[in-house]
Structures are given as structure tokens and as C-alpha cells.
Design a protein. Structure first.
Length: 636
């Protein structure tokens, strides 16, 4: 929890960053090496046999669309780094950034032009830039604008409560508001549905006139806040492909193009393009093979003297001389373009009230010389500590928002040290610097009560606007099979639906349970529930894959895939059913917390009560369902 010195902190985190970097690269590269393209496509981390065409340009990027009818299910998301190849990515590939994911195609931003091919393969990959920026932030901790002694755990942050109040916030949110505005460090603990984002927006509005950095680990979270603060003069840092399409006009790249001086850049780019074409057509690049040990000065000298040397013909010397002279002009034009671009960027930053960037983006060259009065970092409990340090080291005051009782940072190296977020560490070190929002606006009280008491000491209460909401409000007919309008239903499989494992898989599935889920979905749809009202959650990848083959047009995801999401009706398939009463992966109670808190009006849990009762939390859940919900036997 605490560190004696900056060196102790660096010695702790730098090897962990390197370990995670290696794990991520090895994971993807080993998978590409060991699995066939077809198998990787089945796992959702590759797309094969795609046609490709250029679909547009944005600044210095070319946009390519890769498509085929009935595109396979995949995990590739907007903002991901992918490898584009002709089919063998280990032999030759180009990195690109995904900008659009649609039903039958994806679009990618490519720097320059893409090679031609009859068919393309796209592989999900890892981006090394974030790791470099984490390392840099840890190595430069001594120069952090935010007091590094607070980060080390050697100094209590100053907490100042003001009289700030907003009629847009409830009493609990206003406590956070009044303490966050001036405190050196403050943590807003926002459990499910408690209006964390609404609270952050009010705090940011109260800080108007101060230089603010708004950040989060994911682009989606950054854009979510940006969308609600467009009344301010804002600038969004980041790769254009990663920014929500409707918010692109607020990106730095777009604002550069709208600056009055950008027409001068366009003229310079035209000159550069024309000169480059002349250079390629008439000059000869002095590669080591062409210049045979001659320096650039010697090439120009011998060409002027029309003197052949080292077996190089005069005509070849003259072509190399021409290439070098043109390159000198090109370098001068590029220098002018870069200076002008920097001038425009400085003007945009000076006029902006709020800069938006991911935690990684906060470490970009663009923000190297920028400092802020306050850094506001959302999703802080889902990010690795070194990632948060990138953003927080740029401001003298820091506000972190998140929920350390839900999913921790995703770590491929499986090192538990990196799974403890800075938010979680600070919540233990500085409890006076944290406030838990206590009114939830998402779900019926019967769904809310168990997770509130099991994970949040019964702090989270239901607002009266949602306390009694049911499916009946949506016009869904009452059916005894799915427990009528009861918000909470537990179907006990009583050991009749047995879990299975595929050969070579560490995951689990439960075929009979999956078919029971389908029966539930079909009955709900017949009772007038709409497809987009229903979500299916399961902790196991193999069960998720089987359910997707069985059920169409319903959102089916792992627990991680539903973090931050909600649905009117959630069906939770817990899979585990065995004689040894082994629940394995289900022991991760933070995942259970997420799974139980996605439903608004109805939560249907399918489980083998006997197997799950081997764990005290699941035993309490089953008892709670029997007492406060509908308890039924699941029959195939």
C-alpha cells in the first residue's frame, strides 16, 4: 500500500509493466503462430478472406473498408490496433486502427496507402505505445505536478469541503460535489446506477475557468463525458479512428483543419507532394548500394565536377545529386509545415477549457508541455495504476471516479499486483478522501438489495422512481413460466443439467441449461418483450459461444462484456453443476457483483443451488432469492 521512496515505487512497477507488455505481445503472437487463421477467426480475434477497398481519407490517413457477406462474430472493436496482411501476418503486415465496426464490414485508418491484395486478413493485435508511456510516467514520477508523496502513501491529501451545491444532484452526490471541487485528491466511489457521470459533469461545470484534463482508460468513457460537456470550449486528443463519429469535429485533428492558417499547410502539402513526385521520377535515392561508400557531400561534389568515381557513372551521380537537393527542399518544407502545425495546436490548447484524452493519450507528445489545474479520471478502478499515473501527474489536483467492487483491470500476465488499481489502493490509504454515492436509479429494489448489502454494506438504496418498476410497465404479459412480474427469479437445475468441458478448453458449458435459456427467451418474446430488452450473461466463454449458436438477435455476452451496461431483463446462466460442488471461476465475486447489477426490471438466475451453495456468498444469494423472489425448479 505504501512506498518508502520513488525508487521503491519504480522498482515495484517497472518490472510489472514489462511483464504485462511481454504477456500481451506473446499472447497475440503465439496465438498467430500456433493457431490456424480459421481457428483464430472462430475465437473472434481474426477475420479472413475479406475484400478491401479505399473508402476515404482523413488528414494524413487513408481509410480502408474490409468486408464480406455474413461477417463472422468477432471481438474487434473501434480503436483496436490490428494487423492487416495477405493471409500470413507473420511474414508481412501493416498496423492499422479500427474506426468503424458494422454488420458486414470494418473500416481502418492506415498511415499512407495499403498494399494491394485479392483478399485480406485482419488480426487483433496489441499496441506498445501505452506501455512506453506508462514506463515514462513512472520513471519521471519525481517531476509529477501532482505531489508524488501522496502517490507513495507518504502524505495525506488535503481535503476541503466547500459550499458547492447543485439542484441537479441528490444529497449523496452533493456531498461528493462539495468535497471534490477543491480537495487535493478525491475519490468518487460510484456503484451501479448511482449517477457517477452526472456528478462528474456537475463538478467539471463548477471548475469552469480552470484548465481541466478529463481522462479515462477507454475511449468510450472519455467520449461519454465529452458528449455531455459540449457547451465548453473543448478539444479531444486521440487517433481520429478511436473517437466517436459524431464527436470528430471536437478532435484536435479536425480543429486543425478548421483553423484559418490551415490553408497555408494545405499549400505546403501540395508543394511537398509535387516535389516528391519529381524526386521519385527524376532522382535516385542514394542507398548504400547506389552510393558505394560516398558521403552526400562527395556525391554532390563529383556530380558537379562531372567526374565518375568508384565505378559510378556520371549520369547516376547526377541523379543522386538531384535527389539530395530535392530532399533538402523537402526537409525545409516539412519543417515549415511542422512549425505552422505546432503554432495552430498551441492556439487550440490555449483557447480550450477542457482537454479530453485517454490515460494513454495524456502521455502523448502533444500534451508533453501542457499542465492542468485538475485531472478528472473516470473508470479509475478498471485501469492499471501506471496508466492512471500518466494522466494524474499532469495536474496539481486529482479526482478519481470508479467502483473497485466491480471488475478490476484486465491483466494478461495474471499478476495480482497489477490487478490492484490505484483507486482501490487510495480507498484503503485515504478513506477520508472517498465518498460512496448511495442512491441508485437503475433497478427494482428487490434486485438491488442483495448486491447492496453483500458488496456495499447496504449503503446503496433505490430511488423511489425505480424501487417498484416491473416488466408490467412495459406492457409485457404475465406468464407463470418466467415468474410472472416478479423482479427476481431463481431457477434451480437441481443437478439435472450437468456442466461439460470441450477437449483442450479451460472454459465450461452447460448444454441443457443453454436450451432452458432459449425456452425462457422464446416465452418472453411471446409475452411481448422486445429483443433489445433482453440480455444474457454467462461467466463462461464456451457457454457464451453455444448460446450464440442457439439464440439469434439477443445480446449475449460474458460478464466483462456487460460491465457498465444495463437491460430491462437479464438472464444469468451460471453453468456450474458437478458432484464435487466445485465453482471455480465463479469465486470471483466482483464478477458476480457486475452480473447481478445489470437488470432493471427482471433478473432471472439459472443455477444448480447445491453446487453453488458450497460458497457462502452464493448460499446467501440462494436464500435471498427464495425469500424475496420466485424460486422454481428448472425442467428441460
Amino acid at each position: 500500500m505504501k512506498f518508502d521512496s520513488i525508487k521503491a515505487y519504480q522498482d515495484y512497477f517497472l518490472p510489472l509493466i514489462e511483464k504485462e507488455r511481454k504477456a500481451q505481445k506473446e499472447f497475440f503472437l503465439n496465438e498467430i503462430k500456433t493457431l490456424s487463421g480459421k481457428k483464430r477467426q472462430e475465437l473472434g480475434r481474426a477475420l479472413l478472406d475479406l475484400k478491401g477497398k479505399k473508402s476515404g481519407e482523413f488528414l494524413d490517413y487513408s481509410i480502408y473498408r474490409f468486408f464480406k457477406p455474413n461477417l463472422n462474430e468477432h471481438q474487434i472493436k473501434v480503436g483496436d490496433i490490428v494487423l492487416i496482411s495477405k493471409g500470413e501476418p507473420l511474414k508481412f503486415n501493416i498496423e492499422a486502427t479500427v474506426s468503424v465496426v458494422a454488420k458486414n464490414y470494418i473500416e481502418c485508418f492506415v498511415s499512407g496507402e495499403l498494399f494491394k491484395a485479392k483478399r485480406y486478413r485482419v488480426d487483433l493485435f496489441v499496441n506498445d505505445i501505452t506501455f512506453k508511456r506508462m514506463e515514462e510516467a513512472i520513471k519521471n514520477l519525481e517531476n509529477s505536478i501532482f505531489p508524488y508523496k501522496i502517490i507513495l502513501g507518504a502524505k495525506e491529501p488535503q481535503i476541503i469541503q466547500t459550499k458547492h451545491f447543485s439542484k441537479n444532484l441528490n444529497d449523496s452526490q452533493n456531498i461528493a460535489f462539495s468535497k471534490a471541487v477543491k480537495s487535493e485528491l478525491f475519490l468518487i466511489h460510484g456503484p451501479y446506477g448511482t449517477g457517477k457521470t452526472t456528478t462528474l459533469v456537475e463538478i467539471i461545470k463548477a471548475l469552469k475557468g480552470k484548465k481541466i484534463l478529463v481522462s479515462a482508460d477507454s475511449n468510450v468513457a472519455v467520449d461519454n463525458l465529452l458528449e455531455r460537456l459540449l457547451d465548453f470550449k473543448v478539444v479531444r486528443i486521440g487517433h481520429p479512428a478511436k473517437i466517436d463519429t459524431k464527436l470528430k469535429e471536437h478532435s484536435l485533428d479536425y480543429q486543425i483543419t478548421k483553423h484559418p492558417k490551415y490553408k497555408e499547410i494545405k499549400e505546403l502539402l501540395k508543394k511537398i507532394k509535387k516535389l516528391k513526385q519529381l524526386q521519385d521520377a527524376n532522382g535516385l535515392k542514394p542507398t548504400p548500394a547506389n552510393k558505394r561508400g560516398l558521403s552526400e557531400e562527395e556525391i554532390i561534389k563529383f556530380a558537379k565536377a562531372k567526374k565518375a568515381v568508384r565505378g559510378i557513372k556520371i549520369s547516376k551521380l547526377e541523379k543522386m545529386k538531384l535527389w539530395l537537393l530535392m530532399q533538402k527542399k523537402l526537409n525545409s518544407l516539412f519543417e515549415k509545415k511542422d512549425k505552422l502545425t505546432q503554432y495552430i495546436i498551441n492556439e487550440i490548447f490555449e483557447s480550450a477549457h477542457i482537454v479530453f484524452a485517454t490515460t494513454s493519450g495524456a502521455g502523448s507528445e502533444l500534451l508533453k508541455e501542457q499542465s492542468f489545474y485538475v485531472a478528472i479520471i473516470d473508470e479509475a478502478a478498471q485501469a492499471m495504476e501506471p496508466s492512471i499515473i500518466i494522466a494524474m501527474s499532469k495536474a496539481k489536483q486529482v479526482l478519481l471516479a470508479g467502483d473497485h467492487k466491480q471488475l478490476p483491470p484486465t491483466i494478461l500476465s495474471n499478476d495480482k499486483k497489477l490487478q490492484i488499481s490505484l483507486f482501490e489502493r487510495f480507498s484503503t490509504l485515504y478513506p477520508k478522501a472517498m465518498h460512496t454515492l448511495s442512491i441508485q436509479y437503475r433497478m427494482n429494489e428487490k434486485i438491488n438489495h442483495f448486491p447492496s448489502c453483500e458488496f456495499y454494506n447496504c449503503v446503496v438504496k433505490s430511488d423511489k422512481s425505480v424501487a417498484n418498476i416491473t416488466m408490467k410497465d412495459l406492457g409485457i404479459k404475465e406468464e407463470e413460466f418466467f415468474g410472472s412480474v416478479a423482479p427476481l427469479v431463481l431457477f434451480d437445475t437441481k443437478g439435472k443439467f450437468i456442466e461439460t468441458s470441450k477437449k483442450g478448453s479451460t472454459s465450461k458449458s452447460n448444454i441443457q441449461e443453454a436450451h432452458f435459456v432459449k425456452k425462457l427467451v422464446d416465452t418472453l418474446l411471446r409475452a411481448s418483450a422486445k429483443e433489445d430488452m433482453i440480455g444474457i450473461i454467462t461467466p463462461y466463454k464456451d457457454q457464451e459461444e453455444y448460446l450464440k449458436k442457439l439464440i439469434a438477435n439477443i445480446e449475449i455476452k460474458s460478464v466483462d462484456g456487460f460491465q457498465g451496461r444495463e437491460k430491462e431483463i437479464i438472464i444469468l446462466s451460471l453453468v456450474r453443476s458437478n458432484e464435487k460442488e466445485n465453482i471455480g471461476f465463479l469465486q470471483d465475486l466482483r464478477r458476480l457483483n457486475v452480473a447481478l447489477t445489470r437488470a432493471k426490471r427482471k433478473l432471472i438466475i439459472i443455477a444448480d443451488a447445491k453446487t453453488l451453495s458450497s460458497h457462502p456468498t452464493y448460499q446467501r444469494l440462494i436464500t435471498y432469492c427464495k425469500k424475496n423472489g420466485v424460486y422454481k425448479e428448472a425442467k428441460s
